[in-house]
Design a protein around this ligand. Sequence first.
Ligand code: PMP
Length: 404
Amino acid sequence: MPHSSAEHIELTERYAAHNYHPLPVVLESGEGCWVTDVEGRRYLDCLAGYSALNFGHCHPRLVARATEQLQKLTLTSRAFYNDEFGPFARDLAALTGKDMVLPMNTGAEAVETAIKVSRRWGYQVKGVPAGRASIITMDGNFHGRTTTIVSFSTDHVATADYGPFTPGFPRVKYGDVDAIANAVDETTVAVLFEPVQGEGGVILPPDGFLRDLRALCRERDILMVADEVQSGLGRAGTTFACDREGVTPDIYILGKALGGGLYPVSAIAADADILGVITPGSHGSTFGGNPLAAAVGREVIAMLEEGEYQQRAQVLGARLEAGLRTMVGQGVVGIRVRGLWAGVDLDPGLLSGRELCEGLLERGVLAKDTHGSTIRLAPPLVATEEEIDILLDALRDTLDEAQS
Ligand code: PMP
């Protein structure tokens, strides 16, 4: 059994495909916002599993519920009913205000599910020409890694040499409702978008975009499909990022934090006139809706409803934003904040996102560069004011060092 960080890194690099470029830290345990590496060093986690860890690491309530369920029943497949799934489906329908849900495991699977449902709805309910359904997507999107999903990615690294790609996904400028309106034709069944583009670098749409898109989708009888895998469940300062403009999409896509950071749980939620197109045998997943996932997901929903995490995200996000503002002109050239979620653009002449993250790592803070000179900050929503200040101090210190 290897012990040092160097040994773990060597093993990973030798025996695992190089589909990531991790920072050189080997984590062993976590509690709340803090993680500890194999050499006993503690770090403040300001990535939070790309927003899957909204409740922090190993939240006692989630661990207790999962442990209880682990000892009782973990998997049935949907060939049978289980006693956790019905209550989970009911609670998720209530949280989203939708009639019903369809459970999956990962974000990408839920996106694929939304694509299939939208196409079926298009053919069976709206009556688009057979075999020609199209879904409008956005520049700079990130919806996952399957071959269909990367077919409409604008990220060259994510798409190179993976073709042939799936047709039927025209793309327009993010946040531009006029461009979307111009792209709608008789084949259009849906618009698939992120209310905030997380992987893109916490890109915020213009104010009014969600409301205008809602109106357009209604007017043209197409589905508004919101990928809230990263933005949903409190991160953006509201239960869903679409809540900011009082908008309800036709289909919610949820994942990440739905599993409380301890188990993969994803789902889509929609009304019966849409999800009713799904019939036995037409879609599924061995693990989707399993009792363990349902138990964890249900606990997450209960915690979100009781915990006022959304308000905490706003309060902590305002503190983070105020601190980041003082760094503009001091190595930072742009910031975007929504809830407890920030994209920080660095002066590329000073240091890259990777270099900043390496500097933060040395100071005991974990964050991740998004591309080139942008980093993303998304601490757990259970963070304290003091923990936000630790992040800000580490940022300031790293930038100061780069400037000296
Ligand atoms: N949609 C969005 C908006 C995401 O941010 C992500 C993951 N970063 C996904 C989908 C894909 O989720 P997963 O990695 O669980 O497949």
